[in-house]
Design a protein around this ligand. Structure first.
Ligand SMILES: Cc1cc2nc3c(=O)[nH]c(=O)nc-3n(C[C@H](O)[C@H](O)[C@H](O)COP(=O)(O)O)c2cc1C
Length: 244
């Protein structure tokens, strides 16, 4: 089977169709500039859960890709045009967005930078979400151009400990992302990893806001649970996609 045929099959279903079993396709988008640190590890664990549940998986590192956010050209909204529902910008993100259109599950991962996901993940979201969402309402409901529920999630890693992030109102800000994804794709979750360990060798950096020892203990005691939660998330989302 050539790639073209594979793609068109992914676009339709992941159940048994005409006696062909179609695999669930899951995409994991890393919005951290670091490829081997907290966010990437959480995504890899989610990917493992998805693979164990039978999904074909792809991990994309956004910082490898030369792209910008939405340019507000509205080509994705022009009536009866071939770009309706599709981002028309021709740059290096285009093939990634094309694969995202074929995906059954999409998990975004980002560090928290100044209370928000990174600029690259926000730029990706603009390009990925805006063409599928519409300005159309029917029977009081927002119409989106997806033809089925695509389970989505955002994994967020942060320096803040859990109590402090709750105290300063991070959930209200950060969970807006999942609300938008839920509105457009029909399902979304948010998963956090708190109080992350940031450097290999703290002695090399100006740093006295936290205790390195406390951070190390927290990581040793909690990060494996965070990774396990990510693995279960991958498992859960793929199962949800397969049940449709
Ligand atoms: C530019 C920058 C801004 C940050 N801002 C915040 C912040 O507002 N709140 C927070 O809890 N952590 C903040 N952090 C810490 C990161 O969110 C945290 O270390 C994260 O786990 C890093 O992810 P990574 O290991 O995948 O790169 C910031 C880090 C950087 C580099």
């Amino acid at each position: 089977m050539n790639n073209q045929n594979k793609r068109s099959i992914f676009a339709h279903s992941k159940t048994k169709q005409n006696n062909i079993y179609i695999m669930t396709k899951a995409m994991f988008i890393n919005g951290s500039p670091r490829k081997n640190w907290n966010t990437a590890k959480m995504l890899e664990s989610a990917m493992l859960g998805a693979q164990e549940t039978g999904a074909e998986c792809e991990l994309v590192h956004l910082y490898d890709i030369n792209f910008h956010g939405c340019k507000s050209c509205f080509a994705c909204k022009i009536k009866n045009s071939k770009t309706n529902g599709i981002c028309a910008i021709k740059d290096d993100l285009r093939p990634v967005l094309e694969r995202a259109r074929q995906a059954d599950v999409i998990v975004l991962g980002s560090p928290v930078y100044y209370s928000y996901p990174t600029g690259d993940i926000r730029s990706f979201m603009e390009r990925w979400l805006f063409p599928v969402g519409t300005y159309m309402y029917e029977d009081g409901r927002h119409i989106t151009l997806r033809d089925k529920i695509i389970p989505t999630a955002m994994i967020l890693t942060m320096n803040c400990p859990k109590d402090y992030m709750q105290q300063i109102g991070y959930p209200a800000i950060l969970e807006e992302n999942a609300k938008v994804m839920d509105d457009i794709f029909g399902y979304s979750e948010t998963l956090y990893a708190y109080n992350t360990y940031q450097f290999n060798d703290y002695s090399r950096y100006d740093f006295n806001l936290f205790s390195e020892e406390d951070k190390r203990h927290y990581r040793d005691e909690h990060f494996h649970t965070d990774l396990d939660n990510a693995r279960q998330l991958g498992h859960r989302l793929v199962e949800k996609a397969q049940r449709q």
